[in-house]
Design a binder for this molecule. Structure first.
Ligand code: LMR
Length: 333
């Protein structure tokens, strides 16, 4: 009798172990933008590749548009393991205690994607991702979005036109200093709150790549858009370090491969998505799009150049200069 129950117990135990072994590993990937954006598409692409390469041993659940968490909450959720993956914009790492990422927010530090990639795909980019380890976070990759432009309900052609405007920013001290340098009044708001804040006049304007402006319908509540392309907005894809290190080695390798493919895809589509969004904004007829002249663009660069030196004590002079070295940044040009 005793023997029978032991055998039965062992059988039940190994059955449940077997069924546990067959349960897929779930990766909850939370983000704040629409599906139809560079980040939204890249997250879906990663899901597809991860599930293919692991032959279903991993299941990726993508939660777009802040449906699971807003900006601040998603960082906390990752740290406590409530979600396994995020791709916050590089402007949102200050609250986590890694303020060096705000170097990417410096006005006009990158003129184009090629200059940016020298950093994100080189040793400086890797060094920055490695800084996340100490926070229990593992940096996996950089995904592009694009270059930000100012929008408002007022026609903006010169830095002086921004004076006194309440402008929504992400939670970055560099962006705060940038807005102050222009005489605007910066207001930090979660991405999910921007449309309503613009609609109700809580803020007068904002800055974003056009793919974000368009997919959040901000163009419906902003009469003017000036294509300043004054700063970069992109993402670090991050995971909970304990979760990542605890994965079986073969699965981790397959996920690394999936991430590599998704990164290539993200960085291939980002510019085109923003170009398409700009066409769609123009076609909507709701927002007047202004292309600044070379002299007008230079005036914005000149007005915000002091932010680079002001922020040296926060971000590190050496880090800023190591980026200048990679990109050939010239404040006078
Ligand atoms: C924003 O808050 O404006 C952006 O960071 C949103 C995003 O993730 O692209």
């Amino acid at each position: 009798m005793k023997l029978r129950s032991i055998v039965l117990g062992l059988a039940i135990g190994s059955f449940s172990l077997l069924s546990m072994a067959q349960q897929p590993i779930i990766i909850k990937f939370s983000h704040v933008v629409a599906n139809d954006t560079p980040k939204g598409h890249a997250a879906e692409y990663f899901k597809k590749k991860a599930e293919e390469l692991t032959k279903g041993r991993v299941k990726v659940e993508v939660y777009a548009n802040s449906t699971l968490y807003k900006d601040k909450e998603e960082m906390e959720a990752l740290q406590i393991g409530a979600v396994q993956m995020l791709a916050p914009s590089l402007a949102k790492f200050g609250p986590l205690g890694v303020k060096e990422f705000e170097v990417f927010d410096l006005p006009y530090i990158f003129d184009n994607y090629d200059e940016l990639h020298k950093v994100t795909q080189g040793p400086v980019g890797r060094m920055l991702l490695d800084k996340l380890d100490a926070k229990g976070v593992k940096g996996l990759a950089y995904w592009d979005n694009g270059f930000k432009s100012f929008s408002a309900n007022k026609d903006i052609k010169t830095p002086a036109d921004l004076k006194g405007l309440k402008m929504r920013i992400q939670s970055s001290k560099v962006l705060e200093a940038q807005m102050r340098a222009l005489g605007a009044l910066p207001q930090v708001l979660a991405f999910s709150e921007v449309y309503q804040a613009l609609q109700t006049g809580v803020v007068d304007g904002t800055e974003n790549p056009i793919s974000n402006l368009y997919t959040q319908k901000m163009h419906e509540v902003q009469k003017h858009l000036i294509l300043t392309e004054h700063g970069y907005l992109g993402y670090a894809v991050i995971t909970n370090k304990k979760f990542w290190d605890g994965l079986p080695a073969d699965i981790r390798k397959q996920l690394e491969d999936a991430m590599e493919q998704a990164t290539r895809y993200a960085n291939q589509i980002a510019k085109q998505e923003n170009d398409n969004a700009l066409e769609a904004v123009k076609k909507s007829g709701k927002t007047q799009v202004y292309v600044p002249t070379v002299a007008e663009r230079a005036a914005f660069k000149k007005a915000t150049a002091k932010v680079h030196t002001e922020m040296e004590s926060r971000i590190g002079k050496d880090l800023i200069h190591s980026i200048y070295k990679e990109t050939g940044y010239n404040p006078a040009k």
